[in-house]
Design a protein around this ligand. Sequence first.
Ligand code: ADP
Length: 482
Amino acid sequence: MIPLDRPDLLISDAFIAGGWHRTDRAFPVTNPSTGAKLTDVADCTRDDVRRAISAAAPAQKVWARCTAKERAGILRRWFDLIVDHADDLAAILTAEMGKPLAEARGEILYGASFVEWFSEEAKRIYGETIPGHHEDKRLMVIRQPVGVVGAITPWNFPNAMITRKVAPALAAGCAILVKPATETPLSALALAKLAEQAGLPRGLLSVLPSTDSVGVGLEFTENPTIRKISFTGSTNVGRILMRNGADQIKKLSLELGGNAPFIVFDDADLDAAVEGCVTSKFRNAGQTCVCTNRIYVQDAVYDAFVERLSKAVSSLQVGDGFLEGCAVGPLVSHSAMDKVRAHIDDAVEKGGTVVLGGAPHDLGGTFFQPTVLRDATPQMAVAKEETFGPLAPVFRFSTLEEVVEAANDTEFGLASYVYSRDLSRVWRMMEELEYGMVGVNTGLISTEVAPFGGIKQSGLGREGSRHGIEDYLEMKYCCLAL
Ligand code: ADP
């Protein structure tokens, strides 16, 4: 069992329309580090989802009429409770997902920051007046909540991917239903418990763990009361939701896969670049959508970079997330292991050389050795697909034009990273990289104050920042004749 100050935060019931419910069926949630079962969680059916939607609709109408200050106050109380219980929430997160406890705590505070931010933004949903086109016409724009929202979230950030959607939705005056990832429903349920304690009115938030992802997705796309879907996950599932949502022209926010390039020019501070690369590549064992996937290093510093990167990576401690000093936890599943292994095998077959790691870890289970591979080429699978694991392939380049072309040669466009101290190089890269986000001389870019999101097949919409609330608002133009 997980030692908690508040054992009532470890919940196995679903949160449907403001009540805690057991369902006829349940499914096990396991610790990926040990394989041990944590609990059996309620398995919601499509009928449960319908029930939650029916309750959300009237609750949303009342909520939308509250003052922004009232909504903000409840969100602020929720934020305070999350921070007060950060240690418990982090322990639940590490237990169900495997990431190191310090990283889990970081995620809880990062997740909470969205609740704080949007509690503030709730008060700034401004409209506008427009100088009229006729002397007796007065024009204005008001912004109103879209209504009831369906959210589907992934396992790699079991807390933050939920607050990043729920907080702006509630701030805007929407109601929201969340289907958390089947692997990690416990963090979502604990968040709901604290939202309830913060005084969130019944029906505005439901958390619906379910093994029937397809059924929940179909209910979200086919039920006309759901006016918008916000999804974070794979590009394939994003595509399915978009296709199924087409009949009702469903509004969509999609945060999908990436294939992040990490580019090191020969004038870069190499130690800083190595440090940024390790953070960006090995955070969450390489399982984030903004994790570096391809490392491009300019000729003159290629060997030095590979050597320093390997040295830095060799000091990363792999182990159970609850172990002091652990930097890399287990992968989420055996199929995740298979993908890392397949990418390494394919790269070696095509001329790559494993400099460090390259195999499952002695710890067994789904632990994999942090791996550095040199002489990567565009023909390798890792150049095209997101590995989502602890593999750092290093490609070589000569010119800026060449690296821009290689970096942009992907259907994805989420995060990218550049290391250089030459201002004109930096500026050109910021403009020419076809990505929604560019980190310059840093491997960590995520913050609630900036717009997170991708272009091309990495998604639609932005989360966080003053733009993040837009996804939950409709614009209404009013024309008043005097
Ligand atoms: P990942 O590879 O990160 O698990 P997925 O896109 O498969 O990415 O999963 C992200 C979320 O989407 C999870 O909550 C999962 O249960 C859900 N999901 C998976 N398949 C579907 C589907 N066909 N329709 C709706 N949601 C789905």
